[in-house]
Design a protein around this ligand. Structure first.
Ligand code: BYC
Ligand code: FE
Ligand code: FE
Length: 471
């Protein structure tokens, strides 16, 4: 097979001259295309979509906009530029030069982290594959596909690391990333949240707000890695992640805005009667996606996390900006614990609490969006406030796995939980209602009735631009 590497796989990893990497990719790339055809966005092959393609890491090159067909999308391999003299900034190797090759000790752990990260990327594409059929506008359809191709590129990013740095077992793991599938009872995706369905657009917006934000925090922690290729890969991925979270934040904001418009115009709280999504339902979906995403941070006390940190392969959020010794052997951190009938906060060894610390940073970031949505509600003169549920609500990993906790943080017995959970999590009726609202809107500049138009178009284009052309 003859591939013009520079042209078909934009990259800054010198693929043109790397025969070993070429050979690995020659085998994997057709498998990726088969997977994209079978498991990627359904019935999208004939559409021309106004997409951003990264063709270099320069500011002028990484945001290139044009109409393309998704099968012709050029998935590239990009690392953020190398930093001269970069060091390992934490753990037992602190102060030594960052590794350019996989360190012998830590190889298994690094591979596991890269595989876990890589597994989520195609999983999300699988979860979202049917959404194109019910997009509320061409603008939204385009955003969905933009997210999908970039998650596809994130898979390429992890596969690049496996191919370039892990030899034979890396190549096997790269193939396995295309063999596990979201929700597959025999070969599921690794992390639970990636086996959930994303059956309609409210869930999609919640997913990109809450679950892609876990991606942001995990990638940021991996960007601190002493293994420099991983760090540089994650730093470039983070530039793309911002758009995914933007889609979620503005998507939910527009749903909230539409609900407020209906309430003001119709002078009623019965938003559903007028084809909108009522705020209590938004709260239920928020509760679900937030709690499922909280599980993605792992257990509160984790030996894995302590080892990753001590080995110098996964750090904390903005590690180098934190003022401590970056070894943490002496330090403690506040973690939640269940004592009798209440949830208390106790001191625990900082090393073992790395997952909680990252999660705490995540929670603060999550709240920012709620503040914006609540401002929309307040400005409409409506008395309602969206709230993040308690950290213990609806959890299946860690301290809260075996107990039931209300959104307000009260421990409940099984009866209370069974009686009340329908008030807090989407019921079958809620799900059926949301699904009933979904139907494609394909006329340029038109939007479904349950969502307000966005404030502006993409890359300076007007709202009635033909973001997607059907052929
Ligand atoms: N589901 O010691 P613990 C993204 C397992 S999202 C199932 O606390 P650790 C994206 C765990 O594996 C970001 N199993 O675990 C978003 C362990 O198994 P073993 C994805 C779970 O390692 C949207 C055991 O329980 N990236 O990019 O400290 C669209 C004990 O747990 C779960 C990463 O996650 C779970 N939720 O923490 C597209 C970064 N949680 O050892 C993309 C890489 C824990 O008993 N991954 N377990 O067999 C990691 O850093 C870690 O694996 C985790 C878990 C933070 C996920
Ligand atoms: Fe991603
Ligand atoms: Fe993402």
């Amino acid at each position: 097979m003859n591939i013009d590497y520079k042209e078909s796989i934009p990259n800054n990893v010198n693929l043109e001259e790397d025969r070993r990497l070429q050979r690995a990719l020659e085998k994997w790339r057709p498998m990726f295309f088969d997977w994209w055809r079978d498991m990627g966005p359904s019935d999208s092959a004939d559409m021309d979509i106004y997409l951003r393609t990264a063709i270099s890491v320069e500011p002028s090159g990484w945001a290139n906009f044009d109409h393309v067909r998704m099968p012709d999308y050029r998935w590239g391999i990009f690392l953020a530029p190398a930093e001269d003299g970069r060091k390992i900034n934490f753990g037992m190797h602190k102060g030594r030069p960052a590794w350019q090759q996989v360190p012998g000790e830590g190889r298994a752990e690094l591979r596991r982290l890269i595989v876990t990260q890589g597994d989520t990327e195609p999983a999300s594409v699988e979860q979202q594959r049917k959404l194109g059929k019910t997009a509320p506008s061409l603008y939204d359809l385009r955003n969905l596909f933009q997210v999908n191709v970039e998650e596809g590129r994130h898979l390429w990013a992890m596969v690049y690391l496996l191919h370039a740095h892990f030899g034979r077992d890396g190549r096997e793991e790269a193939e396995a990333l295309l063999e596990r599938h979201s929700g597959d009872p025999d070969k599921p995706r690794i992390l639970d949240a990636f086996n959930e369905e994303t059956p309609e657009w409210l869930s999609f917006f919640m997913f990109t707000y809450f679950t892609d934000r876990d991606g942001k925090y995990q990638l940021a922690a991996l960007a601190e890695s002493g293994f420099d290729p991983l760090s540089r890969t994650c730093r470039f991925m983070l530039t793309e992640e911002a758009h995914h979270m933007f889609v979620g934040e503005t998507g939910i904001g527009r749903v909230v805005k539409r609900a407020c418009e209906i309430m003001s115009e119709q002078k009623t709280g019965e938003v559903r009667k007028f084809g909108g999504i009522d705020l209590p339902t938004v709260q239920k979906y928020l509760n679900f996606h937030y709690s499922v995403s909280m599980d993605l941070f792992g257990q509160e006390l984790s030996t894995n996390a302590a080892n990753y940190y001590t080995m110098g392969i996964k750090g904390r959020y903005r590690e180098t900006e934190i003022e401590d010794d970056h070894v943490l052997i002496e330090d403690s951190y506040r973690v939640p614990e269940i004592r009798g009938n209440s949830i208390v906060t106790v001191d625990a060894p900082a090393l073992k609490s790395i997952n909680v610390r990252l999660r705490d940073d995540y929670v603060v970031d999550c709240q920012r969006g709620l503040d914006k949505w609540n401002k929309i509600i307040r400005n409409a003169g409506i008395d309602f406030e969206l709230k993040l549920p308690d950290q213990g609500f609806n959890r299946t990993i860690g301290t809260f796995a075996g107990v039931e906790v209300s959104p307000a943080g009260k421990l409940l017995d099984a009866d209370e939980w069974n009686r009340l959970q329908g008030d807090w999590l989407p019921t079958e009726d809620d799900k059926a209602f949301i699904k009933s609202l979904m139907g494609p809107v394909t006329e340029p500049g038109k939007f479904a009735g349950w969502i307000a138009p966005p404030a502006k178009g993409i890359y300076g284009q007007p709202l009635d631009f033909e973001y997607v052309r059907f052929n």
